[in-house]
Design a protein around this ligand. Sequence first.
Ligand SMILES: *[C@@H]1O[C@H](CO)[C@@H](O)[C@H](O)[C@H]1NC(C)=O
Ligand SMILES: *[C@@H]1O[C@H](CO)[C@@H](O)[C@H](O)[C@H]1NC(C)=O
Ligand SMILES: *[C@@H]1O[C@H](CO)[C@@H](O)[C@H](O)[C@H]1NC(C)=O
Ligand SMILES: *[C@@H]1O[C@H](CO)[C@@H](O)[C@H](O)[C@H]1NC(C)=O
Ligand SMILES: *[C@@H]1O[C@H](CO)[C@@H](O)[C@H](O)[C@H]1NC(C)=O
Ligand SMILES: *[C@@H]1O[C@H](CO)[C@@H](O)[C@H](O)[C@H]1NC(C)=O
Ligand SMILES: *[C@@H]1O[C@H](CO)[C@@H](O)[C@H](O)[C@H]1NC(C)=O
Length: 555
Amino acid sequence: MKSQQKCIVIFALVCCFAVLVALIFSAVDIWGEDEDGITEENCESSCRAVLVENIPDDVPFGDNSTSHLPLSQGLYSLLDRALRVVEIVSPLWLLNSSDYESSFQPAARQVRALLSRLQGLRAKGIHLRISSGMTESSELISLGTKYAEVHYLNMTALTKGHLHSSFWVVDNKHFYIGSASMDWRSLATRKELGIVVYNCSCLALDLHKVFSLYWGLQYKDFIPTFWSKRLFALFNGDQPLELTLNSTKAQAYVSASPDAFSPKDRSSDLEAISKVIQDAQRFIYISITDYLPLFGMNSNRYWSRIDGFIREALLLRKIRVRLLISCWEKTHPLTFNFIWSLRSLCMEQANCSLEAKFFRPRVLRDGNVQGINHNRFMVTDRAIYLGNLDWVGNEFSHNAGAGLVISQPDVDDDRNSTVVDQLRMAFERDWFSGHTHSLQANKIPICNKQRINRLAPVKSSQHDGINDQKPAPMRKKTEGFLTRHFDERFDKSVPQDATGGLVIENYQERGQVKSGRHDNKKLLMNVNDQDSGGDAASQTAESSGSRETTCGPPL
Ligand SMILES: *[C@@H]1O[C@H](CO)[C@@H](O)[C@H](O)[C@H]1NC(C)=O
Ligand SMILES: *[C@@H]1O[C@H](CO)[C@@H](O)[C@H](O)[C@H]1NC(C)=O
Ligand SMILES: *[C@@H]1O[C@H](CO)[C@@H](O)[C@H](O)[C@H]1NC(C)=O
Ligand SMILES: *[C@@H]1O[C@H](CO)[C@@H](O)[C@H](O)[C@H]1NC(C)=O
Ligand SMILES: *[C@@H]1O[C@H](CO)[C@@H](O)[C@H](O)[C@H]1NC(C)=O
Ligand SMILES: *[C@@H]1O[C@H](CO)[C@@H](O)[C@H](O)[C@H]1NC(C)=O
Ligand SMILES: *[C@@H]1O[C@H](CO)[C@@H](O)[C@H](O)[C@H]1NC(C)=O
């Protein structure tokens, strides 16, 4: 009897302890707002959406080409509508260009006006909340002292990554999401694309939850095991929001990365990308700054996720794929080999079409480049995905980002009036413009000659110069964009095992994939069959690829 009582007491104590631990770990619950009373039940879902773009003056597309609201005007329109709070997350803050920079970039000077508008919010009684990675940005420090509440995340401690999310949420009602960050170059010299959605509290509320997650992680050095219920996603790939977008029916949801930042029900960016690719029926157009199926810029481990989705679409479902990739100073030389490998899969296959092009920025007379295509979107015949991350393995596993999926499968008119149509037209405009170049047989565009020659190890912490904390050296000399034949490279003697290394590892990697999805496994087998089935072109592409790597980052 006594021991039974003892047992009960001990059991009770253990329970209390467990509850306490749970409470401590879930202590992210520290922002006491929701005073606007917008909830999942009463939110608005008849929304308006506008695509916003920044097209640098020096990157002309002709008079008749598709054009969208300029990004700066889209952001101003959000500030005009703000009544209570503006929440911004951006990988970096650099709106105030230096006098030197704006002396030869007149557009840069105009960006300072956006900074002034943000500084003016407090005087109008509107809160400005900013989530940021640990940046050294003096601009952010000065915003934080007078004009805004800034919460810092130590992403190094949390995920060993970076905060690459870039979006605005205004009054839990309107939002912006896209490729641009709060950097004058995003509003002046780079080609950016995003979307502004008005009167859409259902989706804005969900994006606000992603913001709140960052907000609550300020100065934390661990990720809580239990997330507060308030951070749970409202909508996801399985249960998207049913809404009307400019009076047309649509479905939408917000995705987030990395998995460690995905509370219950939140779709990850990879899930979103996979779903959009799988749901496509006719075509998939992808416009991305960097496409690299490796774990990282410094890694030689094959990362099959997105490459696998695309292979499946091409081979098993015969979807037509177009890839538009930026050719810029940070383009990894192996990019071309992976694209060749994809293209080779389609050779001698009926109804298999993969086309790839490179978007080249303008090289100004002083060697400076302008108009880097910084877009990060995908459009299919039925959906769009707009995200913050590049398509490189470690982006999705370590860095924080968010994405938006909108699908409008049932619209069947020719007016080209839906967001999906408009994004497709923006893609086609770029694709057929004079700024792009096709990948030609046996030729490889050299986007960064210096890098290839120098054998310089890439800085590991910054995958992407765009997100460097410091302004890019404006007068940096780039060698322009040359085209060389493979043959020239063959002259360089290459150790044999270096040649085999990458290819062999690919096969191992593929064989080992322990994906939860059986379909994936089957697909990868199929792909392996394809590869080993004596497809000469594929072999050539891959092996010349390995030669190429001797000039790239260390294997
Ligand atoms: C622009 O479109 C109009 C009518 O759609 C056409 O008449 C005109 O020639 C086009 N201009 C250019 C520069 O393509
Ligand atoms: C922007 O930078 C200039 C110096 O380049 C400085 O004088 C000015 O105060 C800054 N403006 C803001 C709004 O921080
Ligand atoms: C961020 O976390 C890392 C690793 O825990 C630590 O070394 C670093 O000092 C932290 N940075 C700041 C600014 O607190
Ligand atoms: C948003 O809703 C308000 C009032 O409900 C309306 O006045 C405004 O025009 C709407 N905005 C857009 C862009 O449709
Ligand atoms: C290719 O597409 C055409 C038209 O859609 C179809 O008739 C044909 O059967 C397809 N061929 C294969 C091998 O799938
Ligand atoms: C819609 O877009 C398609 C493909 O770009 C084009 O062929 C068609 O003419 C467009 N329709 C209208 C009404 O602009
Ligand atoms: C949706 O409506 C807004 C406001 O009326 C308009 O500016 C925008 O171009 C429309 N978007 C689409 C995709 O038609």
